[in-house]
Design a protein. Structure first.
Length: 133
């Protein structure tokens, strides 16, 4: 669950968000902001949760067939000893975590694809499509 924590309007560099992520059977609260917004090509967010700095980079590339390839990268950097202990199991189970990450991002992109199907004029201007992902 993610909620915008600054006034409404189009997301832009500096927009702030808060949210909850379930990981390891526990709910983690995070705060973040849009670091860079370059629609329709890319946006980068940075945030923090329990001593872990989180960077998410979403990039959209046209495939030439009227669709786009969406690339999502997440980087977690521990900033405290407790965060290092928290992230250690991730490095040990990276393959299964990568699979879950891929599934969750894929499900999110499918939701976006369904949403933009109803709002085609907005997305026809070249914004990302999740079809074919």
């Amino acid at each position: 669950r993610v909620t915008r924590s600054d006034p409404d309007g189009c997301p832009a560099a500096g927009s702030r968000w808060t949210g909850d992520v379930t990981f390891g059977g526990r709910v983690w609260r995070f705060q973040g902001r849009v670091e860079r917004m370059d629609p329709p090509k890319q946006y980068i967010t940075r945030g923090v949760s329990s001593g872990v700095e989180i960077t998410i980079d979403v990039e959209c590339r046209p495939t030439g067939s009227g669709q786009s390839q969406v690339i999502v990268a997440a980087e977690l950097t521990p900033k405290t000893l407790a965060a290092r202990v928290l992230l250690k199991p991730i490095s040990l189970g990276q393959a299964s975590i990568q699979e879950r990450f891929d599934r969750r991002v894929g499900a999110f992109l499918q939701e976006v694809a369904q949403e933009i199907g109803a709002a085609r004029p907005y997305w026809a201007a070249g914004y990302c499509s999740a079809r074919g992902v």
